[in-house]
Ligand binder design. Structure first.
Ligand code: NAD
Length: 499
């Protein structure tokens, strides 16, 4: 398979400065895939210039004309599903089957949804002032910077690029330096879909070099970022230190699942197990904390352990594999360090260590695997309890009352997602209301997404909402227009009166 490795500017693939490149690795085989051209400040400047040049004709197109290449791109994503899935799988280790079943159709669906929203970028009108008709209009920011993580690369690409384009912006996207290949394949599909040059530009590189060139750029008016809380803070600082660009952030999570004594325990175990172990636990909304009523703790734990012990780790290309490797060695170290805290501050029930891997190379086994891990009764002050682990690690704590469960569920700085398992509808509504998070699943856990429903975080899980019509607002400035139509006397009197 050949890979595109250059930056994509003005619908052309542009090599970086000679010598400025970085390697990417397959987390299953630990072998190098290829070198990627790294965009420096000057490359980002050229990309921004191209995006500025494309802005006027793109943003003033009829809505339907803007929608057409998005619809076409969705079609091309489906036609190239296999290749796109392989490119993500070799970079970040998600099993190919899951990518083909979940990520690629989701990506195509998001482009279709936002193409269909082209005529729904609407303002409001008011006749509240005599002799005036007042209205609001939504207009694009201009050139927007989009920075995405490695854990679901194609979904993140669509989350940001589709609404940014349909609202008339032109974009500079930086994929994660760990998983850039699918975004670069998307670049060739963008040409094929008929987007004019400069509307979409893709630059490769790490955070300090390329990401910060975007976040600090004086001509970029909006930045939409998905990634860790630590980087989110840096992005806000850089926006403040440069041109006060508008910032939206989708950050980490420590999502609780509360399982009441009347819940279907087998179903709750199945959902929460899938939530934390699929994609090797590298899912921002995964139920990494389970709060289970003391009366059903034993039944839940028995089922959870049974499911975790059946997980098939291995080659992401193998159809039977449920859990692939973690994305890289540093990620494994971070997970194991936090598990060690969990062991000290609670009880290890299962897993808790690296898996030796399944590829044999010169008598060494390869692959960045961590065994599915269950920790019980971890103290709430533990780093394992408070920090995002981003691995196949679940903490199970018990509770005795609804109030205690809610209080504990809200007891971290995150607020991305939560689940409530109960057959009591009133309790489900009461608890959903009391939880501090951007979304709540009743008798279900993530992965769970609807294109027409917003997703985003409370507290340190983020700022803003993606997907749905709310997602459109993230990419538009709001303008008020006062339209005077009466005599000057009436208009002035009306204006003074309302002051
Ligand atoms: P990360 O913060 O390390 O990197 C994310 C992106 O930011 C990458 O493209 C990276 O190159 C870039 N970056 C890093 N430092 C930067 C800097 N100084 N300036 C500008 N850009 C910089 O996160 P990650 O490890 O790639 O992704 C995992 C994180 O993403 C987890 O915390 C996860 O919860 C979060 N995430 C959140 C959502 C959501 O919707 N809330 C979705 C997916 C992932």
């Amino acid at each position: 398979m050949s890979y595109e490795t250059r930056n994509f500017i003005n619908n052309e693939f542009i090599p970086g400065i000679p010598g400025k490149s970085f390697p990417i690795f397959n987390p299953y085989t630990e072998s190098k895939i290829c070198n990627i051209h790294e965009a420096q400040q000057e490359d980002v400047n050229i990309a921004v210039h191209a995006a500025e040049n494309a802005l006027s004709s793109w943003s003033t197109r009829n809505a339907n004309e803007r929608a057409a290449p998005l619809f076409k791109l969705a079609q091309l994503i489906r036609q190239n599903a296999e290749e796109l899935a392989i490119l993500d799988s070799i970079c970040m280790g998600k099993p190919l089957e899951l990518l083909k079943r979940m990520d690629i159709p989701a990506c195509a669906g998001i482009f279709e949804y936002y193409a269909g929203c082209a005529n729904h970028i609407l303002g409001e009108t008011s006749l509240g002032m005599k002799s005036f008709m007042n209205l609001t209009v939504r207009q694009p920011y201009g050139v927007v910077g989009l920075i995405i993580p490695w854990n679901v690369p194609m979904i993140m690409f669509a989350f940001k690029v589709a609404p940014a384009l349909i609202t008339g912006n032109t974009v500079i996207l930086k994929p994660s330096e760990k998983a850039p290949l699918s975004s670069l394949k998307m670049a060739s599909l963008i040409i094929e879909a008929g987007f004019p040059p400069g509307v979409v530009n893709i630059v490769n590189g790490d955070g300090p070099t390329t990401g910060s060139a975007i976040a600090l750029h004086p001509k970029i008016r909006k930045i939409s970022f998905t990634g860790s809380v630590a980087t989110g803070r840096k992005i806000m600082r850089m926006a403040a230190d440069s041109n006060l660009k508008n910032v939206s952030l989708e950050l980490g999570g420590k999502s609780p699942a509360i399982i009441f004594e009347d819940a279907d325990i087998v179903a709750a175990a199945r959902y929460t197990h899938f939530s934390i172990n699929h994609n090797s636990g590298q899912h921002c909304q995964a139920n990494s904390r389970v709060l289970v009523h003391r009366k059903v703790e034993d039944a839940y734990m028995e089922e959870l352990k049974r499911l975790a012990s059946q997980v098939k780790l291995g080659d992401p290309m193998d159809k039977q594999t449920f859990q692939g490797p973690q994305v890289d060695g540093p990620q494994v170290k971070q997970i194991i360090d936090l598990i060690d805290h969990g062991k000290q501050d609670g009880t290890l029930v299962m897993g808790g260590e690296k898996h030796p891997g399944t590829v044999t190379n010169h008598h060494n086994r390869k692959g960045h695997f961590v065994r599915p891990t269950i920790l019980l009764n971890v103290s709430r002050s533990s780093p394992a309890y408070q920090q995002e682990i981003f691995g196949p690690v679940v903490i199970v704590n018990t509770f005795d009352s609804e109030e205690a469960a809610i209080e504990e569920a809200n007891g971290t700085e995150f607020g991305l997602f939560a689940s409530v398992y109960t057959k009591d509808l009133e309790r489900a509504i009461r608890v959903s209301h009391a939880i501090h998070s951007g979304a709540v699943g009743v008798n279900c856990s993530v992965p769970l997404r609807a294109v027409d429903m917003p997703i985003g975080g409370w507290k340190q899980s983020g700022i803003g909402r993606e997907l749905s019509l709310h997602g459109l607002n993230m990419y538009t400035e709001l303008k008020t227009i006062f339209l005077k139509y009466g005599s000057d006397e009436t208009a002035m009197a009306s204006n003074w009166h309302t002051e």
